[in-house]
Ligand binder design. Structure first.
Ligand code: NAD
Length: 225
């Protein structure tokens, strides 16, 4: 496929170019904080791993080319989500704060089972590299949302953010009552997993109807095929 990448010069931009390149996909649109670096024809899908400030221009580019969007940028505000949902009335938009399979399975577990732990304390610890710009991580927020969706009575689940060295992303959810501790944890060993997920999402976007999708939905649809 011919694809576009917003944030091409960043850590994730490099991973995406490498993973997409190894499957023979060609970057025809490259953009970062300095603007558009290359624009050589219609991207069949646009990938965004950048900063929230890039969302408006990315939406404009998707409209210009009628391209689906895969967006992994974290720290989005309600107004960004609204604008992505509006775009999804025209093209497929796949938005996730985490494109790793394990985190999406953890989300399902939390949604499904946290009600059984309603009267236990719950805390989330996330560790990321010291260059990460947002805190708490989008993934920690996503895990807390899954927990609160499964357990509407829960009053509190604090998130603790650590910024250490080059860690790609560790998330631990601890539950405890007077007699037990239950720990669920996920570790991304390298950033490559997120790029592999973005590629799966891009392949899904090429053959799906317009609409707003999470990566969890993409994984479920792939499983059902
Ligand atoms: P980075 O700082 O290494 O790179 C950011 C990139 O965005 C750079 O190329 C920069 O030039 C570009 N950029 C900044 N402002 C821009 C703008 N206004 N318009 C266009 N481009 C702009 O960051 P990174 O580690 O590559 O992470 C990028 C984003 O992806 C972050 O939000 C991070 O949290 C997120 N992320 C998401 C996942 C996931 O699975 N969803 C995984 C890893 C990282």
């Amino acid at each position: 496929m011919n694809y576009g990448i917003i944030g091409y010069s960043g850590r994730m931009g490099h991973e995406i170019k490498s993973i997409f390149g190894s499957s023979g996909h060609v970057p025809v649109l490259l953009a970062d904080e300095n603007g558009i670096e290359a624009e050589n024809g219609k991207p069949q899908v646009i990938i965004n791993f950048a900063l929230p400030a890039s969302v408006n221009d990315t939406v404009t580019l998707c409209r210009k080319y009628g391209s689906p969007l895969v967006i992994g940028t974290t720290g989005l505000k309600d107004e960004h989500i609204e604008s992505l949902k509006k775009l999804s009335e025209e093209v497929p938009v796949i938005q996730s704060y985490n494109f790793a399979t394990g985190i999406n399975v953890l989300k399902i577990i939390l949604r499904e089972f946290s009600l059984m732990l309603s009267d236990w304390d719950a805390e989330i610890i996330e560790i990321h590299h010291n260059k990460k710009k947002d805190a708490p991580s989008g993934t920690a927020v996503l895990l807390r949302d899954a927990m609160l969706t499964g357990d509407k009575n829960r009053k509190r689940c604090d998130i603790h953010s650590l910024r250490l060295g080059g860690v790609p992303g560790d998330h631990t959810v601890d539950f405890s009552n007077e007699g037990e501790v239950l720990t669920l944890s996920h570790r991304a060993i390298s950033r490559t997993v997120f790029a592999i997920g973005a590629l799966k999402a891009a392949e899904f976007a090429l053959k799906t109807e317009r609409g707003f999708y999470s990566y969890e939905e993409v994984l479920k649809k792939i499983m059902d095929q």
